[in-house]
Design a protein around this ligand. Structure first.
Ligand SMILES: Cc1cc2nc3c(=O)[nH]c(=O)nc-3n(C[C@H](O)[C@H](O)[C@H](O)COP(=O)(O)OP(=O)(O)OC[C@H]3O[C@@H](n4cnc5c(N)ncnc54)[C@H](O)[C@@H]3O)c2cc1C
Ligand code: SF4
Length: 451
């Protein structure tokens, strides 16, 4: 720790987003970067606490105090080595992690100005790539073969770990490219897809084989492997089976997000297939991150207006909520870059039916509701709070989460990872789960050798 009093004099400084009027006309990443001098000053604010709550809160067990110190001293190579020792893909988390570590930072408790760990992570990684500190390694092979099914962050991190342990790894992916929801869900304005391509190229150089367009199920796995990791995510989105669901203009969120990312990659999508918000009043049902990504995409497609509704109450506003104190993740109101771009946000709204004319959506009937506590201690009950009303809409996106898959019994050389195992979660948790699965494969195969 270089400057143990820096936090007293240097305020938190975020790089911030590109101005709204500029960014909503393209799909380039919205987040900017600090210059190297400012980045080092930000890293100097880390207090190297005796108990590093950041490390405890990070699902990967990242060690911000160690790499922040290296950044402060200008040693970006050491910073990358330290960061990469626990985090296989800091270029992903540096862009899209909600930074659980920052919420648990002691500076968040005392000043509400935590260290900028996530941004520091992205900066370390970009400098490491630019300065050629990120070089392919050539692990010594141990003669064992592992197949990974699914190439989202959990499959990729399992593959990367196993490959570096010396296993010969093949990743089977049903789509045409690797990345899972990093590529086919998260919009380019949060994560440019060249960042994924760069990492996949490195993994290929290190010996990981990628086979695209290959779909496997737990009872039909590819033959010839000593162990398997299944990392197939949560493919089924929660739907809203209410009257009018069949109308043209009612879509699942990923129909918009996935297609937009594919179009940006240069894929041909016919006019009839095209999901577009251009000139339309957009309604997003679901108040979470996927809904927020629909808002940002709708703006960039030239929508007329966007409204986002959520059935649950508005979360407390402010840095903390006394009901869920530091260092736990604060369940407070989050405002994303997409919300800042313009959006009406409403809470406690139930959706009753989709309305249309000639088979096309024209609006949605909704009802303001309240949640009444159950006297017997059960779940709160939804009760009407006002008369139903109609929100005019030319297109609707259902962003209400994903179904947790039922996992069948599998042989003892098959391991699950990521959202498939936990239900829909976060990139950082999926990566941690991939590590965990790699560790289990390694223990399993080593125990077989001993037996
Ligand atoms: C729109 C959206 C935005 C998000 N934004 C964020 C964010 O900003 N920050 C964050 O931390 N998290 C975010 N998440 C959550 C995060 O993307 C996921 O938690 C994470 O990608 C899960 O990783 P995974 O590897 O388990 O599964 P996935 O990323 O879903 O990958 C699963 C892969 O398996 C493949 N597959 C499926 N079935 C088969 C099969 N039978 N055979 C072969 N391959 C198969 C799929 O094609 C896919 O490539 C977002 C999610 C969505 C939907
Ligand atoms: S991965 Fe996320 S939680 Fe972990 S150190 Fe990085 S920003 Fe913090």
């Amino acid at each position: 720790m270089g400057d143990y009093k820096a936090f007293l004099t240097i305020p938190r400084k975020e790089a911030g987003y590109r101005p709204v009027h500029d960014r909503i006309h393209d799909f380039g990443e919205v987040e900017q970067t600090l210059n190297e001098g400012d980045r080092r000053l930000q890293a100097s604010r880390c207090m190297d606490c005796g108990v590093p709550f950041c490390n405890w809160a990070c699902p990967l067990g990242n060690k911000p105090p160690e790499w922040n110190d290296a950044v402060y001293k200008g040693d970006f190579k050491r910073a990358y080595i330290l960061l990469n020792s626990t985090n296989d893909f800091p270029e992903f988390t540096g862009r899209v992690c909600p930074a659980l570590c920052e919420k648990a930072c002691v500076l968040n408790l005392t000043l509400h100005e935590p260290t900028t760990n996530r941004e520091n992570e992205a900066a370390i990684t970009e400098i490491a790539y630019r300065e050629n500190f990120v070089v392919p390694v050539s692990p010594e092979r141990n003669g064992k073969r592992v197949a990974v099914i699914g190439s989202g962050p959990s499959g990729l991190s399992a593959a990367n770990r196993l490959n570096r342990m010396g296993y010969s790894v093949t990743v089977y992916e049903k789509r045409e490219k690797a990345g899972g929801l990093l590529r086919y869900g998260i919009p380019n304005f949060k994560l440019n897809k060249t960042v994924i391509d760069r990492r996949i190229a490195l993994m290929e150089k290190e010996g990981v084989l990628f086979c695209y367009g290959k779909s496997f199920t737990p009872d039909n796995l590819p033959e010839g492997y000593d162990a398997y990791v299944i990392a197939t995510g949560t493919p089924t989105a929660r739907d809203l089976r209410i009257p009018g669901r069949e109308l043209e203009g009612v879509h699942l969120a990923l129909e918009l997000l996935s297609q937009q990312n594919r179009v940006l990659y240069g894929e041909d999508v016919s006019e009839e297939e095209r999901v577009t918000c251009k000139g339309k009043d957009v309604l997003v049902i679901g108040g979470g991150d996927t809904g927020s990504d629909c808002i940002g995409t709708a703006h960039r497609q030239g929508c007329k207006s966007v409204t986002q509704i959520e059935i649950m109450p508005k979360p407390p506003v402010g840095p903390t909520d006394p009901a869920n104190p530091w260092p736990a993740w604060p369940r407070t109101l989050k405002t994303s870059s997409s919300h800042e771009e313009g959006c009406v946000r409403r809470w406690n709204i139930n959706t009753l039916r989709f309305l249309g004319e000639n088979g096309k959506l024209t609006g949605v009937e909704v009802q303001p509701i309240d949640w009444e506590p159950d006297k017997e201690g059960g779940r709160p009950k939804m009760v009407p709070a006002a008369d139903p009303e109609i929100i005019p809409a030319g297109i609707v996106f259902l962003a209400m989460g994903f179904m947790k898959p039922d996992l069948p019994e599998v042989a003892d050389n098959v391991f699950w990872a990521g959202d498939a195992l936990s239900g829909a979660s976060l990139v950082v948790r999926a990566m941690a789960s991939g590590h965990d699965a790699a560790q289990k494969v390694d223990h399993y195969l080593k125990s077989k050798v001993k037996a």
